[in-house]
Design a protein around this ligand. Structure first.
Ligand code: DGL
Length: 272
């Protein structure tokens, strides 16, 4: 029986990102919704999305979504800030199934704390240039001071699993200098790869700067959408996770297993 023949509630949840970063969102979803089967698509062959132009990102996001729909998913999570910033609207206009992005939950979590006054945002070139975070935060709380910095060199470090490397610390110190000068009280991690840098970010910025991790906020948003639309899985069996990579390299598989805490994963090669 294929996933297409299953009852809607029993179908898997589709999650996609350009690489392994969206697994931070997947992990948060697994913790919150342990009964949900997940098919994760990492477009490792075309990573990074963050340096590409909006038209290309939209095309890739449409192809990623189409691929997951062909696998019979009941809802889709765009676990990539760059794709959310440039393509969420077009995806929601094109397809009828529920599609959740990472940006809005991150914005809501930032605003949930009324004491935030000076907010830093870091993300890929694509996300920062889209102004999506800056505009959403300003629209909802105009008095916020926002300091946005593109931090494109971080993803390659993370994809290499160099999370504690001296080179990474040097790069981060350079990127974060203007944010420290502006005395930010909150930092939005506007890229699904960045929750993996939480401890080094706190080491540099200090405990007093609140880090907004869009991964866990996004999992909450997914749970709400599934509940509202009566799509929550009703089974009590152990849920499965499949990870499909467009470039099924050994390195990506090792990192994915590590990020998913060595959960039992079925890896597949995705052909879009
Ligand atoms: N995970 C992507 C994001 O959240 C960043 C990686 C990339 O540039 O493709 O924007």
């Amino acid at each position: 029986m294929s996933d297409m023949d299953l009852k809607l509630t029993d179908r898997p949840l589709g999650v996609f990102d350009s690489g392994v970063g969206g697994l931070t969102v997947t992990r948060a979803i697994r913790e919150l919704l342990p009964n949900e089967d997940v098919i994760y698509l990492g477009d490792t062959a075309r990573l990074p999305y963050g340096s590409k132009s909006p038209d290309i990102i939209r095309r890739f996001a449409l192809e990623d979504t189409q691929y997951l729909i062909s696998k019979g998913v009941k809802a889709i999570v765009v676990a990539c800030n760059t794709a959310t910033a440039h393509a969420l609207e077009v995806l929601q206009e094109t397809y009828r199934l529920p599609i959740v992005g990472v940006l809005e939950p991150g914005v809501q979590a930032t605003l949930a704390n009324g004491s935030s006054k000076r907010v830093g945002v870091i993300g890929t070139n694509g996300t920062i240039q889209s102004q999506a975070y800056q505009a959403a935060l300003k629209r909802l709380r105009p008095e916020l001071e926002i300091y946005a910095v593109a931090t494109p060199l971080l993803v390659p470090f993370i994809e290499e699993n160099w999370l504690d490397h001296e080179g990474l610390k040097l790069v981060l110190q350079t990127y974060l200098k203007p944010l420290q000068k502006a005395q930010i009280d909150t930092l939005v991690l506007g890229c699904t790869h960045y929750p993996l840098l939480k401890s080094v970010l706190t080491e540099i910025l200090g405990e007093e700067v609140r880090l907004i991790d869009s991964a866990s906020c996004c999992a909450d948003a997914v749970a709400t959408v599934l509940k509202d639309q009566d799509l929550l899985a009703l089974n009590s069996r152990e849920a499965t996770i499949q990870i499909h990579f467009t470039d099924l390299s050994q390195q990506a598989q090792t990192l994915a297993s590590h990020l998913m805490c060595r959960e039992k994963i079925v890896f597949k090669k995705a052909v879009l």
